[in-house]
Design a binder for this molecule. Structure first.
Ligand code: PLP
Length: 446
């Protein structure tokens, strides 16, 4: 098919996720991808773009990794799918479960497999409630998330999400989910005199009663909410708080997991061990749809005491092909030392962003952890963000796209950067040059 034919078919038939349906139906897609190689993706005409977001923060080992295609093909030829219900199992799922146990911090030694991040968070919420039921505390049901936290779009994950547009979409949010302001370290440590105290997790726990709360869920670094880095001591403070009130701590590692922050898992930046860890995206680098929830031995101990059928499971829990791809993906990450490469590239990216901040007085608040970064755009005359009618972040992202670099704007003034781990120093420089030119192009429109 030609690009024009595909655009027409797309406009007519494809309801796109997280997009404007009107724009999609009227204008059609801005690009139709056809191929990928390393940090590059091609359009239908064969023009290459730098994928500065690893698509949706997930194609971590880069595009076109033949080994992953081979792993999928080999498993599909043997047995593409088998169930893991009631006594059935398969070798890739068993080996992946064991591998994840060896990689995950602390006593996170068992995994419940899903097909993605939203399912993982839903599963974690249910398993946390199940755990408290098994411990004789069935009233512990409420979940506390954070403002600007993103956990997915199934009804429970959407409800835990603290981004208003997602949280309230179609009025589908459900009861029992609360959102605290993130990163209030002092409040979480118990400083009730802090003016922000009433917005903290600790205040919510006191208000609702610890005996009604099942878990706190958070991303080690908030991704979709704006690449918001936790201040020093915050993640540790939340861990302590959860211990103090007998509440489970769920780390949503869907973006951070598998090396994105320069450690295998985000929580390892702060040496914190959660009770559950949700994974997806980077577990297969997007080559197959897979997610999972790691649970601690403390939780497993109660769950394996349950004799009846645990009525929770997806058709694709433990999908052999997806698990085979994950095993190969993890092998590549380890063999190629990609996590330490991410740490090395972090310096280059941070330097590049510091250069942009120095050069452009519209650029502020650059932050980088591993290959997870963002910058913000401000009106230098007022010191405030630009009027939203200017769509500053979208303008810069569009200017980058015109120059063959894909980035992502978050809200009106934030731009996120998360390139594949295989990026080189030279390629980071190239990316920074394009962003530099794009910011200049935006500034020239002011
Ligand atoms: N959790 C986090 C931190 C995410 O970034 C995402 C997706 O972007 C999800 C959960 C939802 O994952 P999925 O889209 O695979 O359901």
């Amino acid at each position: 098919s030609t690009t024009d034919e595909l655009v027409e078919l797309d406009k007519r038939h494809f309801i796109h996720p997280t997009s404007s349906p009107k724009a999609a139906a009227e204008e059609g897609p801005g690009i139709i991808f056809s191929e990928g190689n390393g940090i590059y993706v091609n359009n239908m005409e064969g023009e290459a773009y730098i994928d500065g977001m690893s698509m949706l923060w997930n194609v971590n080992v880069g595009h076109g990794q033949k080994e992953l295609a081979d792993a999928a093909s080999e498993q599909m030829m043997k047995m593409a799918y088998s169930s893991a219900f009631k006594g059935f199992s398969n070798e890739p799922a068993i080996k992946l479960a064991e591998k994840l146990a060896s990689m995950a911090p602390g006593d996170l030694n068992s995994v419940f497999f899903t097909s993605g991040g939203s399912e993982s968070n839903d599963t974690a919420f249910k398993l946390s409630r199940f755990y408290w039921e098994l411990k004789g505390q069935p009233n512990k049901k409420k979940i506390i998330g954070t403002k600007a936290g993103y956990h997915g779009v199934t009804q429970a994950s959407q409800s835990a999400t603290g981004i208003p547009a997602t949280h309230t979409f179609a009025g589908s949010n459900i009861k029992g989910f609360f959102h605290a302001t993130p990163h209030l370290t002092n409040c979480e440590l118990g400083d009730t005199t802090d003016p922000d105290y009433e917005h903290s997790i600790r205040a919510l726990i006191e208000q609702e009663g610890a005996d009604t709360i099942s878990a706190v869920v958070m991303e080690p670094v908030q991704g979709a909410g704006g690449v918001n880095m936790p201040p020093e001591g915050y993640i540790e403070a939340v861990r302590k708080l959860c211990d103090e009130f007998n509440i489970l701590f769920i780390a949503d590692e869907v973006i951070c997991g598998f090396g994105r922050t320069g450690k295998m898992f985000g929580v390892e930046n702060w040496n914190v061990i959660p009770d559950m860890m949700c994974m997806a995206k980077g577990i297969t680098s997007g080559y197959s749809q897979l997610g999972g929830v790691m649970i601690s031995d403390k939780i497993r101990e109660y769950i394996i005491g349950y004799e009846n059928v645990m009525s929770h499971g997806f058709t694709y829990s433990g999908h052999p092909t997806a698990c085979a791809v994950a095993l190969k993906n993890i092998e590549i990450i380890e063999r190629e030392n990609l996590v330490s490469h991410v740490k090395d590239m972090e310096d280059e990216l941070r330097k590049g962003l510091a250069y942009l901040e120095e050069k452009h007085d519209t650029v502020r608040n650059c932050r980088t952890l591993g290959l997870l970064a963002a910058f913000e755009l401000y009106n230098p005359d007022t010191g405030e963000t630009f009027d939203s009618s200017l769509q500053a972040a979208a303008s810069v992202v569009n200017a980058c796209f015109d120059r063959k670099l894909i980035l992502r704007n978050i809200g009106d003034y934030k731009v996120a950067i998360a390139p594949p781990f295989v990026i080189t120093q030279e390629e980071i420089k190239k990316m920074i040059n394009i962003i530099d030119e794009s910011i200049t192009a935006f500034e020239n429109t002011l």
